[in-house]
Write a protein that binds this ligand. Sequence first.
Ligand SMILES: *Cc1c(COP(=O)(O)O)cnc(C)c1O
Length: 379
Amino acid sequence: MNHIPFNKPYLGGKELWYISQAHAKGQLAGDGSYTKHCQLWLERRVGCRKALLTHSCTAALEMAAILADIRPGDEVIMPSYTFVSTANAFVVRGGVPVFVDIRPDTLNLDESKVEEAITPRTRAIVPVHYAGVSCEMDVIMEIAKRYNLLVIEDAAQGILSSYKGRPLGSIGHLGTFSFHETKNIISGEGGALLINDPELVERAEIIREKGTDRSKFFRGQVDKYTWVDIGSSYLPGEIIAAFLMAQIEEAENIISRRLRIWDRYHRAFAALESQGRVRLPIIPDSCGHNAHMYYLLLQSLKDREIFIELMKEREIQCVFHYVPLHTSPQGQAVSRVDGRLEVTEDLANRLVRLPLWLGLEEHQDRVIDAVAGSLRLGS
Ligand SMILES: *Cc1c(COP(=O)(O)O)cnc(C)c1O
């Protein structure tokens, strides 16, 4: 392989077989046996009360915003250093994202800045587990309890990661996963809503089924189904669920292989870090991570531009990540910033992500050599 891409979706091998089974059974709409299997697996493995497959993590976040009863003007505390959907899901309900700064070590929501951002309009906190490394959930849950707020974990990148031994997505009142092809476990597009608060389960099923009590009908709890609430069509068809099932069966294997790649980068770059040339990811002792991402923090925006260019000359694709949402046109129009987002603005400019996908193993030395070479040339 000459060109090394940033991402390459992994296919376990059984995806097409399971899709053909769904096809043969004539089970194509949502909530068939593959959906049920995937949901059951998530419930057991994550330990959530209920898991519901969705079209995407974005859709799961939108469901969470409805469940949180976000009304126009209600505030939702979150980092600015995140994907647009974390904020947009609430904005479509009229909610106002309130951005607080991130921690310099994990790049996660700085829990020490959450309390001062709370106002009488605050309804929810959305911790985003960046790179599959957990936020400081004990502190966030304690604040939420004191102020009677809902916690919605954006665990899009966090499947099978943990915090103090507890799987991500099982800690907040609600959690969301993404199965987008850039994530660890994929179905092309796809996601899940994880519900831990038992009081939200029934309404979540209704919202996902176009505002009807159709799920109850299928369980024989009502004799006909009807329109009872707002909602939309958030459920994926069985073709997607069949694909996901094949991936889920390999989840532990996929993540342990990713961890080996991650660890090899981490060992290889330790010397560069001790020379002060880069900063490597920091994983707190309380966090078990899933090797979703390997990034480097360089010295400046300029250094990053040069680095990406030098890697490109070596045919290795490296990419930066989020442009902080508070600096975007839509972010400025509909959100509020609490305090100064100094860490966000600084680190967002200096972070670069390296290729990490299954199959990279045989090319990884080339990436490692290129990183060392590019850093030497670039400074
Ligand atoms: C990928 C991602 C999303 C969106 O996931 P989709 O499944 O593409 O909707 C949301 N939040 C974060 C933090 C993500 O990384």
